[in-house]
Write a protein that binds this ligand. Sequence first.
Ligand code: ATP
Length: 513
Amino acid sequence: MANDDKFKKVISHAKEYGYVFQSSEIYDGLSAVYDYAQNGAELKKNIRDYWWKAMVQMHDNIVGIDAAIFMHPTTWKASGHVDAFNDPLIDNKDSKKRYRADVLVEDFREKILQKINKDVAKAKKRFGDAFNESEFRSTNGNVLRRQKQMDEITVELTRVQEESDLEGFKQLILDLGIVCPVSGSKNWTDVKQFNLMFGTKLGASAESAMDLYLRPETAQGIFVNFLNVQKTGRMKIPFGIAQTGKAFRNEIVARQFIFRMREFEQMEMQFFIKPGTQKEWFDYWKETRLKWHKSLGLGEENYRFHDHEKLAHYADAATDIEFNFPFGFKELEGIHSRTDFDLKQHEEFSGKKLQYFDHEEKANYTPYVLETSIGLDRMFLAVFSNSLVEEELENNTTRTVLKLPAVLAPTKAAVFPLVKKDGLPDVAKQIVEDLKWDFNVFYDEKDAVGKRYRRQDANGTPFCITVDHDTLEDNTVTIRHRDTMEQKRVKIEDLKDIIKAEVDVKHWLMRMK
Ligand code: ATP
């Protein structure tokens, strides 16, 4: 399936099976805002829990908080968001479409990379076992020319961003001959800076109202509570504070379903460390977070690190974990070494000391911070899009199956009576009653069993349990596995353990070891 078609299929499947709806659809929707439906809310909750368990429950030195979305407006002055949380935007005069200037250049560079990869793949095919990839990459004329062009783009992109050289930014786009994907023209406006924070007001009357922002990241709620948590939790460095919650950004271009939204959810952890140890912790969290991703079994080849050339004003090292979405490799999670920038800024703007007394060192210092920050919605899209497959079956038919990691699936098992009579529904309903203490289970008696299986496959349910006439004799049922379609006869009393073995968080998180 072509990538575009695959992405369209993902979006329509998410709607058809009750995972994601456009917000306010009856009013024709609200751009880049989405609602999670009955199954989507469960999947999202399970991803959040999977993250929380790995980060908070499994780490003695990490605790979680839930700070408010509204914060004192000075927070955003101190953090740098009021002055520097901008994206460079550019409009195409013919299509009237708006773009992020940096994304236009990055996409152009990515296309060159794809051409290199194509050349390599072709050569690999031609030379077979004798192919030496690293030699090819370092000697082939075409590859070298393309690599040089990519490097030059990177250098210039970094320069215009670092120097906020907006004229230079436009010139780069013109020099590369980048065209608008909609109109095909190079008729561009100048590049402008655009602040991404949403403003709102607190207070009853216009005169006394205070200007507030909806938080554009959850991290600042952690920084301003650093000392409160450290003291009340008697935390010793190194320690972390984790949080999940909504964040808001007035994104310039938000066209990729739940990948880039104006209201979204983040799962962030700030790890407070001794100054000078940041390199070691940066490497630790890079590795640990990648292991977390890999534990879900979405395919190791679908992840890559992208180290930042351009560092944010607060960072001394940064990397993205990129995932192979249906539209290519894009950022899923950021890992940032934030130095003592945030705590120092909040000290300066609040006039309050935010320091830690190290009993071993017998000294006060402002801790350094290592941050891991992942978008819950992006993680949802990664899991959902990767799990949706069309399978050819032996009898020349196909089935659509949503192979969600069982630990994340919204419904763990569906229970069917083979027929709607002879007391079979009563037995099936009793099984549902017993299992629902431990898992989300679903009862279905409509249509032929084959059709019910297909519905649950497309819904991502890992197990189907069928009650038939033999059940009445021997208390056994058929349990069918979503991915293998294998069917087994098992005792009703063993069902709970069989399901638990596959959906239990421990079973999945142990893979991180
Ligand atoms: P991008 O470069 O894609 O705009 P970012 O570098 O601005 O992302 P961060 O500020 O590092 O993102 O935010 C951390 C994480 O939050 C990202 O890795 C991403 O998963 C998520 N995220 C950021 N912006 C959005 C958004 N508009 N919609 C959904 N998720 C988002």
